[in-house]
Write a protein that binds this ligand. Structure first.
Ligand code: COA
Length: 239
């Protein structure tokens, strides 16, 4: 659909908000699983059995975010974004420390990972670049959140004994695909994502992504794509 512009939002995941948008998410997600069964690691049959209470608990997890795309309008009534018609949903998981083994002190980590998965675009809105736009919106949100956290941590932590405190940080965005079809790879490359490695889905759990996994598909092989965004924190102001 040309000429249409979209807005993207990560839905708030406090308990009160989740209770308002969860029914719409569950319906959209189940419809997506039914419409494109081969595209997801999960299945409609499995997720239709998840109770509303279990969904709410999962959707409130700090590392589990739901991204929605809605049509941009001139209607500026202050309605919550989830009240608009959704044309895209994606899951953005994170942040996770990227290192193995994890640091003794989590605040020593200067490299986060985020994992974007389970995207679905309503058929009428496909082939117009909405998935790519959503990807970039997620990338900006991940960097912005990392910057906030890192800045807070820099303020809270005393200087290291050496007196050195690095301002460098790397935000890493991950996605997985099941085939190395050239068109698909070119698509992801044009968004800055490159093949990193291949792994068995179950291994993602060891990297902290158990929240994103369907226990039925742990032995499948996937290709991990990643993009690393290096940035420097603002220098701390003088006391
Ligand atoms: C894949 C999907 C999200 C793309 O949405 P879209 O808004 O049309 O995406 P864009 O307009 O930004 O780009 C279109 C491209 O989607 C691409 N694409 C991106 N990720 C893809 C994926 N994981 N699997 C298949 N195609 C994918 C294709 O390469 C296509 O390229 P083309 O233009 O050469 O055909 C949409 O077709 C959809 O919802 N499909 C069913 C569910 C699905 O396959 N989800 C992906 C797995 S998580």
């Amino acid at each position: 659909m040309s000429g249409i512009q979209y807005n993207f939002a990560i839905l708030p995941h406090d308990d009160h908000s989740v209770r308002q948008w969860a029914p719409k998410f569950i319906e959209f997600r189940l419809d997506a699983l039914k419409a494109a069964p081969a595209s997801f690691s999960s299945s409609h049959e499995k997720e239709a059995r998840i109770s509303k209470a279990e969904w709410i608990s999962l959707l409130c997890e700090p590392a589990y975010r739901v991204v929605v795309g809605v049509i941009r309008t001139d209607d500026h009534r202050a309605l919550p974004v989830w009240e608009s018609e959704w044309v895209l949903i994606s899951n953005l998981y994170g942040p996770r420390c990227h290192h193995q083994p994890y640091h003794d002190n989590a605040t020593d980590c200067q490299e986060s990972s985020w994992y974007l998965a389970a995207s679905f675009v309503s058929p009428l809105h496909r082939q117009g670049g909405i998935l790519r736009e959503a990807y970039f919106a997620c990338e900006r949100a991940a960097v912005s959140e990392d910057k906030d956290l890192f800045q807070k941590r820099q303020h809270a932590q005393p200087l290291r004994l050496s007196g050195h405190r690095s301002n460098q940080f790397r935000t890493r965005i991950l996605a997985t695909i099941q085939s190395k079809a050239p068109a698909l790879l070119n698509y992801y490359r044009s968004g800055g994502l490159e093949i990193s490695h291949t792994l068995i889905v179950g291994d993602l759990a060891r990297w902290g992504w158990e929240i994103a996994l369907n226990p039925d598909g742990l032995d499948k092989e996937v290709i991990v794509l990643e993009k690393i965004i290096a940035w420097e924190a603002e220098p701390l102001g003088r006391l």
